[in-house]
Ligand binder design. Sequence first.
Ligand SMILES: [Zn+2]
Ligand SMILES: [Zn+2]
Length: 142
Amino acid sequence: MNPQPIDISDALRGRGLRVTTAKLAVLEWLAEHPHATAEQVHGGVLGQLDALSRQAVYDVLAACVDAGLVRQIKPAGHPARFERRTGDNHHHLVCRGCGSIADTDCHTGHAPCINPKQAHGFAVDEAEVVFWGLCRCCRDEH
Ligand SMILES: [Zn+2]
Ligand SMILES: [Zn+2]
């Protein structure tokens, strides 16, 4: 189920972003390759847009993250990853071996899905949950 270009255009306009071929290419590619690094996105769209610089890809990703069209995840020790699945507070399983990432649904579907025992007056709006371990491939190697 890939969003059609027209839907992406609407989504961009709906968030007040200008529709550009760079944004369309990045968002379309990312829809099919979740949890990609900026580097991978750049490599992925290069086939379609030869002139697109790495910086342009970073800029597009940053704008889309700000607009809530793309979610950025930053597992400790790994480069940031990007995905189109936003707004459902889903969590990630990250492999300590190869860095592969898988989605897992949130128990409640909205942040924060766990609350601190002592809030110390903080208005908590998010709990960052990352499940670390070894993926099936990496486990098979041991
Ligand atoms: Zn692995
Ligand atoms: Zn995800």
